[in-house]
Design a protein around this ligand. Structure first.
Ligand code: NFS
Ligand code: SF4
Length: 651
């Protein structure tokens, strides 16, 4: 069995892993080790369960069967499996977006609704973009029209998703040429399911085309709607300070963890946890107050908008329970382990499921409806308070670790930061890249996965990039990993960044790693990239920018959908675990090579985060060279081969 230090690189998690060992509790790491060796056919993507003539598996070495019973080859089998994963990921993000659109509609129609439009400025900007009449109309009327347009994007049968207009013309031209501009969010997902059923689409490149189309419908559709409408309802984030890691839990307070994804629920729990009457009730039960913390992307949602501290990321969900001080863990949808209920039985903790879409073993179900949102949120908080006196003092173990952080960056406020108060445009950012003060920018995002040392990939890669004057933007569980490692503090620039990035961070007081929110907020990154192209001087499309992306520890189907919309938007993207295409040589070649001709981006696979960071920097330098830009302004630790070419190109 692996030692705690071989499972996690995060001190609080190591402490908790020692504690669970002492208490003889099992976690996903034990289950992961018990699963080894994992199925080779599945890992390589060459097991097919699409019809019941099978299941079939084809031989990766050429000794056994080279075709399924129907004649499907390695490439066909792997491509069908992969696009079905895209369909699931895109569906998850988009259903989240649909729920937010539903809430906006309710807020618009019902004055007494618990949700109301909080950010009228963002609503106005969206209305203008979508061509909604604002003159002489109430914000409710405007919100109704905006929600109606958002709804229409899901079921639309033809045309182009409205937010694809945000992309640079050159990128849209590529999509049109390839026939992948998404028509409707749902339509593209359904078409994947049709095309991958037995005996339909049997050309791996053509199958991938539909995968790209559905993924673009996620990034420039479902996820973008989720982000923009959440901003309208709950306020666009502003930079703020908070803290991260399990040490935010307080032994003398009622601790509630919200875990999952949709802000509809978590926003109301935030309000309920601050309700006077409930705080008073907590005091009556002997607690000194109520602490709320988040896990997974819901953590990022309430961090970004309220500064609520983050308890941890994906692989810490069981460890949080093992502290013995969590009175209730409230879950909605996505990334929630079905193991939680059983583990919680060893403690006083109540697991409360809330979504009709997601029920869990040994959990109490308190159904959350938008119509009775605040009332239900209060009931949930009350349940947590009632649990507080039942804690078992002997089983409590709360690690001290918490790290301060700065979060709350958006496509709208990022340029304010980089431009300062007097230059509110993307010009300073582009100029910094053009002069080489910044070598480029990178997005490091995604999950945790027990196949990798917990958090190590995120943190090591991020440090290597900023040391080389690459500005990093982050979301999701990477953002939480970077926060815990102290990389979201402005001081991190002094400690870890190269001279160029350090200068910029000093001038504006920003951290070298910018937290842009949850995973649906990767749509913010798409907008940032489009704005950089529009600002001028860095080429005609996103594919020309000296930028790269990575998901060092990804695990979710959602991450696959993200990977595809990012690659199809022109970004070179390095994944820590390969896509399940390693047993399908033609498909693998296409995704790591040929796909670039169509969209400008492609995939690479590299488990070592430092090597992966260097691949990203090589790519950034090659893009600089292609733009005729010189090398980095200051000396950097990693000089890519391309850097010499960059210097030559600049004469
Ligand atoms: Ni993203 Fe968020 Fe985390 Fe991965 Fe899960 S929480 S939507 S999928 S594990 S980054
Ligand atoms: Fe086998 Fe073909 Fe059926 Fe897949 S679709 S299970 S390869 S027969």
């Amino acid at each position: 069995m692996k030692k705690p230090e071989e499972r996690s690189s995060d001190n609080a998690s190591i402490r908790m892993l020692n504690h669970v060992l002492e208490c003889d509790l099992s976690t996903l790491w034990d289950r992961h080790e018990g699963m080894e060796p994992q199925c080779g056919f599945g890992s390589l993507g060459i097991c097919c369960r699409i019809c019941m003539m099978g299941p079939c598996r084809v031989d990766p070495f050429g000794d056994g069967p080279s075709e399924g019973i129907c004649g499907a080859t390695h490439d066909i089998i792997a491509a069908r499996n992969l696009v079905r994963m895209i369909a699931a990921g895109a569906a998850a993000h988009s259903d989240h977006g649909r729920d937010v659109a539903h809430t906006l509609m309710m807020a618009a129609e019902d004055e007494s609704c618990d949700y109301q439009v909080k950010d009228e400025k963002k609503l106005g900007a969206l209305a203008a973009e979508l061509g909604v009449e604002t003159e002489g109309r109430s914000y409710r009327e405007i919100a109704k029209d905006v929600a109606e347009i958002a709804f229409s994007q899901f079921g639309q049968q033809h045309g182009e998703l409205v937010f694809t207009r945000r992309a640079p013309d050159d990128q849209v031209k590529r999509w049109r040429a390839a026939g992948v501009v998404p028509r409707g969010v749902d339509r593209e997902i359904v078409e994947i399911m049709h095309r991958t059923t037995m005996g339909v689409d049997n050309d791996h490149e053509n199958i991938m085309r539909q995968g790209v189309r559905a993924a673009l419908g996620d990034g420039w559709g479902g996820s973008m709607i989720a982000t923009d409408l959440s901003d309208v309802l709950f306020n666009a984030p502003v930079w703020l300070r908070s803290r991260a890691n399990l040490g935010i839990l307080k032994s003398d307070q009622v601790n509630i963890i919200v875990h999952g994804h949709e802000p509809n629920l978590s926003e109301m729990i935030v309000a309920a946890s601050q309700d006077r009457e409930l705080v008073e009730l907590a005091r009556e039960k002997g607690a000194s107050g109520i602490t709320l913390g988040g896990i997974c992307c819901t953590a990022n949602e309430i961090l970004m908008r309220h500064g609520i501290p983050v308890a941890g990321n994906f692989l810490q969900q069981e460890l949080a329970l093992a502290t013995g001080v969590v009175d209730a863990m409230v879950v909605d949808v996505q990334c929630v382990f079905p193991s939680l209920g059983k583990l919680a039985k060893c403690f006083h903790t109540e697991i409360i499921s809330t979504s009709p879409k997601a029920k869990f073993p040994f959990a109490t179900h308190v159904e959350f409806t938008e119509e009775k949102a605040f009332q239900t949120a209060k009931e949930i908080v009350r349940r947590a308070i009632d649990k507080f006196p039942q804690r078992d003092a002997a089983s409590i173990c709360v690690p001290d670790e918490t790290t301060p952080l700065v979060a709350g960056f958006t496509a709208e406020n990022i340029f304010q930061m980089l431009g300062g108060h007097y230059r509110r445009s993307y010009r300073p950012l582009n100029d910094a890249i053009m002069t080489g003060r910044l070598r480029g920018a990178a997005a490091v995002v995604g999950c945790n996965n027990p196949k990798h040392l917990h958090d190590y990939g995120h943190v090591a890669m991020t440090k290597e990039l900023i040391a080389n004057d690459v500005l990093v933007v982050t979301t999701g569980c990477t953002a939480v990993a970077d926060a815990k490692a102290g990389l979201l503090r402005p001081e991190a620039a002094e400690e870890y960044a190269g001279a160029g990035l350090r200068e910029i961070c000093r001038a504006v007081g920003a951290p070298p790693v910018l937290h842009l929110g949850s995973c649906v907020d990767i749509s913010r990154i798409l907008v940032v990239l489009s704005n950089m192209v529009a600002e001028g001087g860095l080429g005609e499309s996103i594919a020309d920018l000296p930028v790269a992306g990575a998901a060092p520890e990804w695990m979710s189907e959602k991450a696959i959908s993200i990977g595809f919309y990012v690659v199809a938007s022109g970004v070179y993207t390095v994944l820590g675990t390969p896509l399940p295409v390693q047993g399908a040589p033609g498909l693998r070649e296409f995704l790591t090579g040929g796909i670039e001709k169509l969209y400008g981006g492609k995939f690479a696979f590299e488990a070592d985060p430092i090597k992966a960071a260097h691949m990203m920097i090589d790519h950034i330098d090659a893009k600089r060279a292609a733009l005729g830009l010189g090398g980095p302004m200051y000396e950097v630790p990693y000089a890519s081969k391309t850097s010499e070419q960059v210097v030559e190109a600049a004469g």
